[in-house]
Design a protein around this ligand. Sequence first.
Ligand SMILES: [Zn+2]
Length: 412
Amino acid sequence: MTLLKPVLLLALLFTISLTPAQDKSYATKIINRLASEVFDGRGYVNNGDIKAARYIASEFKNTGALPIGKSYLHPFKISINTFPDTVSVKVDGKNLKTAKDFMVGGGSKKTNGTYELVNIDTAELDNWEDINQYINNKVVVLPAAAEKDKRTYKLNAAGYIFTHKKNLYWRLSDAVEVKPYFYLHTYDSLINDSKVISVNVNNTFYENYRTANVMAMIEGSAKPDSFYVFTAHYDHLGRMGSEVFFPGANDNASGTAMLLDMARHYSKPMNKPEYSMIFMAFAAEECGLFGSEYAANNSPVALDKIKFLFNLDMVGSGSGGIGMVNAKVEPKADSLINAINDEKKYFSDIRSGGARCVSDHCAFARKNVPAIFIFTRGKEYMHYHTLSDSGPVPLTKWDELFNLLSDFMRLY
Ligand SMILES: [Zn+2]
């Protein structure tokens, strides 16, 4: 790292530009637009995903970045369970607020009825045969940990309520099939000691839903056949019933905005990059990383031509620094990023982690593409998979992240 420093200093001295590269107001505009109700939470109700994909494609076009192939859109199909219609829950006659007091299970089947509630402790699950004698067609209430316990599903229950002490958030990873029961998540305090639940959940399941990744590129001036790839999922959780949508401002309108901000800068003739740049805005991350998996299996360029890939997912904060998943698998990139940061003091802290399949870098990393997933850390914006991820996203370290990625491309 000490050896790198003089070289770095020189390289950085010659790259000071007069106008700022990044444009925070442009990023804010993109994030606010993507998080607006126009796109229905960028899920599959009202084709929110496709509307968002078309908007992102038009923004790429405006920047001057080119499509890869005939179109900016690269379609593929997924199976997905959705909740376009009524989703309502009453406990002992009292309405629970959708997506605030409860989250419907992503794979829930259509249900309309009133059921007796039975509280069960995880320790009791070994006696599921005995329990079954008295729970037939009742709804069982269990601690959240029981959701992953196989014994839970031996119960003859009409449905399952999983309870949490705090931090209720929605996830779609279980929405690729419809389960033979309904289930939902709520707080202990709202369900314990309750007697009866009325559930009205309407789902629509699509076996072959057509969604699309959005891709664009900028040709490099010196090494056009070698690529820096920047990825970010643009999809989010969509709607939970007709009343409620998840804005996903930080997750991941922020990462999508970074791709567009970079495309805007590097498309300008005076900023042409040495290496080619590819931008991939993925669909279907929230339901199982399907967009990036499709892209890695059907890559528009040979995977061994990818010099480095950065995945950006939730990059709207930064007061606490950044986290880098897969950094330990890429020691050369990891030490370069740390050296740049030592020099420029972009972030107060960089946490380098190992391989974890938690976002869209994963499908590429598994195919030996050098890749790091960067997210920002900071208490200034902690909204995750809730209705409150609606912005304004502070973009605390937006310029710093933009500059770090730019420095990396020059120096790696
Ligand atoms: Zn997410």
